[in-house]
Design a protein around this ligand. Structure first.
Ligand SMILES: Cc1cc2nc3c(=O)[nH]c(=O)nc-3n(C[C@H](O)[C@H](O)[C@H](O)COP(=O)(O)O)c2cc1C
Length: 360
């Protein structure tokens, strides 16, 4: 039996296998609402056999969006369109996941295919928030407004409200976006946070926004459902976040009820020159975090081949593999991987409408 196709229990939720669809912004929402695009895009990946489908970074407030097309969950009106997608995902045997986040100083930008720059004055921009008035730079040159403590408290409350709405939308796996240079990562990284109050400076202070936000969400999210964090565990830049600091932060979150770590990396500044791109380049770090923090971990980044994914799980480097671009190329990646790994009856991953005709 391939390890990749063994179930995984996380609290009261069981994934049918270890293949996870990574959250991927589609920039295709209508005022934050899920559309038919999400039903087809996410629904196809559930039909393709994934164990868990994590819906894209979904903004906890309108200002927390990257672009006008981002998904959001800042009002009760967002619940039903998302619930429709989630019901379909679950009907096809996958667990419905959601990533919630706030884009911080990367907010108020064009969709990637419309330029990726901060919105200009005629493009309905909105106020940009961050820990400090430091711009990301390059194509995102606008410096955010340094958040007041009231604004920090409001965003924390927005995360908790988002978690409650996610539950109402039948989400069963919730992930906090603490990665990729967005708001939470900005608080954690000295490269974006130069505050002199209790939210900046020392390691403890740089953790505070993340820990408080985690606590607010954990209190709003049922104990029996898994709560994950996606963390950029290294900035790959001198003076930025290190794996050692990330392990300390993750141990704190573990003590406060974290259930799974989605190990990611980078993107706090435009400088990506030190990222050691290559197949599975984050796997050794993921294995270290899994060992040193002692929680289930997801490995991502440049995992393509079924045999490589199988080895990651079989050799105990991670508990799930989290695939993004491969899933864009092939919504049936799990089915094709099951065939490649000679899993008995791989067609059983597919709905009966297909499986019935694919007995061989
Ligand atoms: C189209 C696209 C949208 C993405 N949107 C998100 C997102 O919403 N949240 C997130 O944490 N990462 C996002 N990412 C990053 C992916 O989830 C993933 O971490 C990254 O692409 C590396 O995995 P891969 O090598 O399998 O593509 C996005 C990536 C792509 C290609």
């Amino acid at each position: 039996m391939a390890a990749l196709f063994t179930p995984l229990a996380l609290k009261s939720v069981t994934l049918r296998n270890r293949v996870v669809v990574s959250p991927m912004c589609q920039y295709s929402s209508d005022d934050g609402m899920a559309t038919d695009w999400h039903l087809v895009h996410l629904g196809s990946r559930a039909v393709g056999g994934a164990g868990l489908v994590i819906d894209e970074a979904t903004a906890v407030s309108p200002e927390g969006r990257i672009s006008h097309g981002d998904a959001g969950i800042w009002s009760d009106a967002h619940v039903e369109p998302l619930a429709r997608v989630n019901r379909f995902i679950e009907q096809h045997g996958a667990v419905a996941g959601l990533q919630i986040g706030h884009a911080g100083r990367k907010a108020s930008a064009q969709r990637p295919w419309e330029g990726d720059q901060h919105l200009g004055p005629n493009e309905k921009p909105w106020p940009i928030l961050g820990p400090s008035a430091l711009a990301f730079g390059a194509y995102l040159p606008v410096a955010p407004k340094a958040m007041t403590k009231e604004e920090i408290a409001r965003v924390r409350g927005d995360f908790a409200a988002a978690a409650r709405r996610a539950l109402a939308a039948d989400v069963r796996f919730l992930e906090l976006h603490f990665a990729h240079g967005y708001l939470a990562h900005e608080f954690f990284s000295p490269l974006a946070n130069q505050r002199t109050d209790e939210y900046g400076g020392s390691f403890e202070n740089r953790c505070r926004f993340l820990v408080e936000t985690f606590d607010a969400v954990r209190a709003a999210w049922p104990e029996h459902l898994p709560l994950a964090v996606r963390l950029s565990v290294t900035d790959w830049i001198e003076g930025g976040v290190t794996v050692e600091e990330s392990i300390e932060l993750l141990r704190k979150l573990k003590a406060r009820g974290l259930d799974l770590i989605d190990v990611s990396q980078g993107f706090i500044t435009p400088d990506i020159s030190k990222i050691p791109w290559g197949p599975g380049f984050m796997v050794p770090t993921t294995a270290r975090i899994r060992r040193e923090v002692g929680l289930p971990c997801g490995a991502g980044w440049m995992i393509s081949e079924p045999a490589a994914a199988e080895a990651i799980i079989a050799e105990g480097h991670a508990d799930v593999v989290i695939l993004a671009r491969e899933m864009l190329k092939d919504a049936y990646w799990p089915f094709h991987a099951a065939k490649a790994l000679k899993v008995d009856k791989p067609q059983a991953l597919l709905p009966i409408q297909y499986a019935h005709w694919l007995k061989r």
